[in-house]
Design a protein around this ligand. Structure first.
Ligand SMILES: Nc1ncnc2c1ncn2[C@@H]1O[C@H](COP(=O)(O)OP(=O)(O)OP(=O)(O)O)[C@@H](O)[C@H]1O
Ligand SMILES: [Mg+2]
Length: 436
């Protein structure tokens, strides 16, 4: 999630950036409406938190502009005590929410999360969750998504690697949907799930009489996938006898049915996947190096879910929609605490594990909100995100001002410079907070 904080007070911007960072939320600051406009034009943000009263362009004007530009970004207005009327007007003009200063960081976080969830719900309703959409918000995975879109229209072989449950098959389907053969079939075969003696005939097919029991011709998957994609899942499980044959197929771009005499050109896009470390398997000589190089033309390395916590909320929401349908539940939102827990969990089983956790939650939750107690928490988990400091923004401001004054031995000019505020402001703060 990317949040833009617009406030002429540098302190507020910095504290917000700090608080959000502790929660793994990306946050940028703008010191007035104009620079906010510029940033919104350059980069995409999910939420804008803006002060109402600012010199130059006010929060209200910024809100209007966001509406006119058709940017679908929820805006949370911050107003000073006593500006309630203006805040209500802002709500009427389309602000998502408002909060009165000073506020507790947790309160702000809660509003931001609520706005984000509502935006996600809306977006996904809009998109009707097309199966060619690929949900991710993490910078690393967005780069990977770009990469997938770049290789998709080419005929190159793709090798997808990643931990179990990290979305290898979903990625393969995404590439297929964006390829030149998207109208053709997507045929998937799990190499590890088929007994070795059947694998060859599954892949290549056979002619009548090729062996005892071959009573009629059978078309193999290489041919079935013609005009589409053949997804070789768990390629690392390929028995070595077949590895040689596969290598030949990829070199010649033809196959021969068992017992057949003619070479049939393969006319399918090949994508393979594995959760094994094939480089290691090559070293151990359990996987042929030459085959590995054939397969590994375009490599897509999926990140484990614990390294892209930004995705947890978005993927949870999409999974809950799917699960609501499947389980007949009606979960519309997730409590902050439940999200916090999910974001602190390691997910050794990645998205598949997340899906299982949510499925159980659908069974046990009676209402429309998915709360922490619905989670059947798997064993121990470590909280990886620091707890945010309790206290209001004002308390944090006091702390920061004190610290700066202490550091510069009471020199107000230097302390003000460090805090990025004017000397007059720091004098006012010292008076306001009784720091003399
Ligand atoms: N980006 C995503 N958005 C939503 N759901 C996802 C996403 N990626 C994966 N999933 C879901 O997570 C589950 C696991 O995905 P998938 O089967 O593609 O993973 P895998 O890496 O092939 O797993 P395995 O190693 O178990 O075969 C599926 O139910 C899939 O729908
Ligand atoms: Mg899979």
């Amino acid at each position: 999630m990317n949040v833009l904080v617009v406030d002429d007070e540098k302190n507020i911007r910095e504290i917000m950036i700090k608080v959000l960072k502790l929660e793994n939320i990306n946050c940028a600051g703008a010191e007035n409406g104009l620079s906010a406009q510029r940033m919104l034009q350059e980069k995409s943000f999910d939420i804008v938190v803006s002060d109402l009263k600012m010199p130059g362009m006010s929060g209200q004007e910024l809100l209007e502009w966001i509406g006119k530009e058709g940017l679908n970004i929820p805006v949370i207005m911050m107003s000073a005590f006593g500006q309630a009327e203006d805040a209500v007007r802002a709500l009427k003009q389309g602000a998502f929410d408002y909060i009165v200063k000073p506020f507790a960081p947790e309160e702000m976080l809660h509003r931001i999360r609520t706005a984000y969830k509502s935006k996600m719900m809306e977006l996904q309703l809009d998109e009707k969750l097309k199966d060619d959409s690929y949900i991710t918000h993490s910078p690393g995975m967005l780069k990977l998504k770009e990469r997938m879109l770049r290789v998709a229209p080419t005929p190159s072989m793709v090798l997808i690697t990643g931990e179990s449950g990290s979305g290898k098959e979903v990625s393969a389907r995404f590439i297929h949907k964006n390829s030149q053969v998207s109208n053709g079939p997507f045929i998937s075969i799990n190499i590890g799930g088929i007994p070795e003696n059947l694998l060859e005939s599954e892949l290549f097919g056979y002619e009548k009489g090729a062996f005892t029991g071959a009573e009629k011709r059978k078309i193999g998957l290489f041919e079935t996938a013609a005009g589409g994609t053949l997804f070789l899942d768990e390629i690392g499980e390929m028995p070595s006898s077949l590895q040689v044959k596969l290598l030949r197929v990829f070199q010649d771009k033809t196959i021969r049915r068992l017992g057949g005499i003619s070479d049939i050109p393969i006319n399918a896009r090949i994508i393979s996947a594995t959760n094994k470390n094939l480089e290691e398997e090559v070293k151990k000589q359990t996987f042929r190096e030459d085959l590995f190089y054939r397969l590994n033309v375009a490599r897509i390395e999926l990140m484990p879910l614990r390294e892209r916590k930004e995705d947890i909320l978005a993927i949870s929401i999409s999974l809950l929609k799917k699960l609501n349908k499947k389980m007949g539940s009606n979960i519309r939102t997730i409590s902050d605490q439940a999200i916090e827990w999910l974001e602190s969990y390691d997910f050794p089983g990645n998205i598949r594990e997340l899906e299982n956790i949510l499925e159980r939650a659908c069974i046990f939750s009676g209402g429309t909100e998915f709360v922490l107690k619905d989670l059947d928490l798997p064993g121990n988990f470590n909280r990886s995100v620091d707890k945010i400091e309790r206290g209001t923004i004002q308390e944090m401001e006091v702390k920061m001002t004190k610290k700066a004054l202490h550091k510069w031995e009471g020199n107000r000019t230097k302390a003000a410079k460090e805090l990025g505020i004017s000397r007059r402001t720091i004098l006012n703060k010292i008076k306001e907070f009784n720091l003399e």
